[in-house]
Design a protein around this ligand. Structure first.
Ligand code: FAD
Length: 480
C-alpha cells in the first residue's frame, strides 16, 4: 500500500462535501505534497480500480470535488508559490487565490483573476475556468494560464505550454495520447460548461475547465499584468431595476464609458433587502454599510483608470453613488458583494436544520447581450408565478446573473428545480450557456446534456476515454 494513502475516518468528515452542501462518501484519502506523490497515488488507484476525486479548497458549488466512493486526492498541501520571472509565476495547485495575490504585492504586477471567493485554490480555478467581477475586462482564468503540468490517470506526467502544444485542426497528440477532439459548438458567451474545443487550439485549454476529468493539474504557470496605476470603484443605487439596467447598457455601449471598465455587478432589490435584514439580525454582517430604504437596485462598477466624465454625469441619475479610489475602501465594497452568497448560504443552513435535504438553487447562466432584459423578465415572471423566495445578483456586464432560489420546503425546492430546468432550456435556445463560471460538477450534468445534446455528450465522453480509459478520474463530473 502507498504510504500517502490513509483510510477514511470521522476526522476527515469535512472532506465529504463542498459549498454546494452535497454530501459524499469515500474509503481512502491522500494529501500529496508533490507531483511525484500524486503520480504514485494515481498509479496505486489505477492498480486497484479505485475512483479518484480531486479536491482543491472545496469552495466549489456544483459538487465537483465531492467523492462518490473510492479515494479523495486532496491537494491542499501542494500550495507553494514561486518567485516572479518574466511576468510569470509558478504555483502549485493548492495555492489559494488570496495568497497568490499577497505574493504579488510590491512587484508592480497583479494576477487579474478575481473570484468573489478568495479562498479558492488555483487548481480548482483552472479546473472550472473560474471568473469573477473583473472578468468583464480581463476574461476568465484561461486567459492567464501560460502552462500546466498534468498527471494522467495512468501516472503519465506532461507539461503543456501555450503556443507550443497545439492541435492540428481537430487532430491532436499529447505524450502517448493521440486522437481527435470532439466537434462541439461553443456558445458566443462567457462559459464554463464542458470541454473547451476549437480547431488548431492550444492544448493547454483542453484541461482548463475540464473539471479534473482528463488529468490532475499539479503545477501551473500563471501570467501577471502590470498593476493599473489607479483603480476606482463605484456603487450606484437606483430607484428601479429598469433605471439600473439602462445604466448598465450605457456603461457597456458608450465608447467613452466602456474604456478601462473592469467590472459591472448587479444587486437586485431582494438582494439589498436580504443584506439589510442580515445586518440588522446577525452580528457577522454588522459591519456592512447602511442601505437606505429608497435604494431599490444597485450597480457596482470599477475602472482601472480614471472614471470618464460622461459616466460621472450619467451616475448623477442614481439616487446615491458611493465612490472610492482607495484600495482598502474598494476591498470593503467587495466585502459587500461577498456578503451576498454568504448570507444566502447562512439562510439555507438555518432552514436545513428542520429540512436537511434542502439546498439553495443557484443559477449560473449567461446569455448574449441582446437577451439580458428578456431573461430578466423570464426569471421575474417565473418566480412570481411560482411564489418562491429568491435573490438576484451577479456579473451583469457579461449578462451572467445568479438567481438564487431560497426554498422553505421540499415542495418549494421541487418547484424551483422545475423552473430552473425550464430556464436552462430557454437560455440554450437563446444562444446562452448553462454555466458561465461555476462549472457542471455533479449537480448540473442534466444541463450540460441540454446544451450539447446526446451527440455532443457522446463526443465528449470519447475524449475522456482517450485520457482515462478506466473512467477513474472525477467520475460523476460532467457526465452522470
Ligand atoms: C461565496 C462564494 C463565492 C464564489 N464566487 C465565485 C466567483 O466569483 N467566480 C467563480 O468562478 N466561482 C466562484 N465560486 C465558486 C468556487 O470558488 C470556484 O468554483 C473555484 O474555482 C473552486 O476552487 P476550489 O479550489 O475550491 O475547488 P474545489 O471545490 O476543491 O474543486 C472544484 C473542481 O475542480 C476540480 N479540481 C480541483 N483541483 C484540481 C486540480 N488540481 N486538478 C484537476 N481538477 C481539480 C475538483 O475535482 C472539482 O471538480 C464561489 C464560491 C463561493 C462559496
Amino acid at each position: 500500500m502507498n504510504d500517502h494513502i490513509l483510510d477514511m475516518n470521522s476526522d476527515y468528515a469535512d472532506y465529504l462535501s463542498d459549498e454546494s452542501r452535497r454530501a459524499g462518501q469515500a474509503d481512502k484519502i491522500a494529501f500529496p505534497k508533490s507531483g511525484n506523490e500524486v503520480r504514485e497515488v494515481l498509479q496505486t488507484a489505477a492498480k486497484n480500480s479505485w475512483p479518484v476525486t480531486v479536491q482543491g479548497a472545496r469552495t466549489g458549488i456544483t459538487g465537483g470535488c465531492v467523492p462518490d466512493g473510492g479515494l479523495i486526492l486532496n491537494l491542499s498541501r501542494m500550495s507553494s508559490i514561486g518567485g516572479i520571472e518574466g511576468g510569470c509565476m509558478m504555483v502549485q495547485p493548492g495555492a489559494l487565490l488570496q495568497n497568490i495575490r499577497d505574493a504579488t504585492k510590491g512587484s508592480g504586477l497583479f494576477f487579474p483573476s478575481d473570484l468573489t471567493e478568495t479562498t479558492a485554490s488555483i487548481g480548482g480555478m483552472v479546473a472550472n475556468n473560474a471568473s469573477g467581477a473583473r472578468s468583464f475586462l480581463y476574461g476568465a482564468v484561461r486567459e492567464w494560464i501560460q502552462s500546466l503540468e498534468v498527471v494522467l490517470a495512468n501516472g503519465e506526467t506532461m507539461r503543456i505550454e501555450r503556443g507550443v502544444h497545439k492541435a492540428d485542426g481537430l487532430d491532436f497528440r499529447l505524450g502517448s495520447i493521440e486522437g481527435q477532439l470532439p466537434a462541439i459548438r461553443q456558445p458566443h458567451v462567457k462559459t464554463a460548461a464542458g470541454y473547451f474545443v476549437q480547431p488548431d487550439m492550444d492544448l493547454v485549454d483542453l484541461f482548463i475547465g475540464s473539471e479534473g476529468t482528463l488529468g490532475i493539474v499539479t503545477e501551473i504557470t500563471i501570467k501577471l499584468l502590470p498593476k493599473p496605476e489607479q483603480t476606482n470603484g463605484l456603487t450606484a443605487f437606483f430607484v428601479s431595476e429598469e433605471e439600473a439596467l439602462d445604466f448598465v447598457r450605457f456603461l457597456r455601449d458608450d465608447p467613452e464609458a466602456s474604456k478601462a471598465l473592469a467590472a459591472i455587478e448587479f444587486f437586485g432589490n431582494r438582494t439589498l433587502e436580504l443584506l439589510r435584514r442580515m445586518k440588522a439580525e446577525n452580528a457577522a454582517f454588522a459591519g456592512l454599510p447602511k442601505l437606505e430604504p429608497g435604494f431599490h437596485t444597485a450597480i457596482y462598477f470599477e475602472y482601472d483608470g480614471d472614471v470618464p466624465d460622461a459616466v460621472i454625469e450619467e451616475a448623477d441619475k442614481a439616487v446615491e453613488c458611493w465612490f472610492s479610489d482607495d484600495e482598502h475602501e474598494i476591498e470593503k465594497l467587495k466585502i459587500f458583494r461577498h456578503a451576498v452568497p454568504e448570507a444566502v448560504n447562512m439562510l439555507i443552513g438555518e432552514r436545513k436544520k428542520t429540512t436537511p435535504s434542502l439546498t439553495k438553487l443557484g443559477t449560473d447562466m449567461s446569455v448574449p447581450d441582446d437577451q439580458l432584459e428578456n431573461v430578466m423578465k423570464m426569471y421575474r415572471n417565473g418566480l412570481a408565478e411560482a411564489g418562491l423566495e429568491y435573490v438576484i445578483f451577479g456579473h451583469v456586464g457579461n449578462n451572467h446573473l445568479h438567481v438564487n432560489i431560497l426554498p422553505h420546503t421540499m415542495e418549494e425546492y421541487e418547484k424551483g428545480k422545475a423552473l430552473y430546468l425550464d430556464w436552462a432550456k430557454e437560455v440554450v435556445a437563446r444562444g446562452g450557456s448553462v454555466s458561465a463560471e461555476h462549472g457542471i460538477g455533479k449537480n448540473k450534468t442534466e444541463f450540460l446534456k441540454l446544451m450539447h445534446g446526446e451527440n455532443g455528450i457522446r463526443e465528449m465522453r470519447k475524449l475522456k476515454h482517450l485520457f482515462d480509459p478506466q473512467g477513474l478520474l472525477n467520475p460523476g463530473n460532467l457526465f452522470p
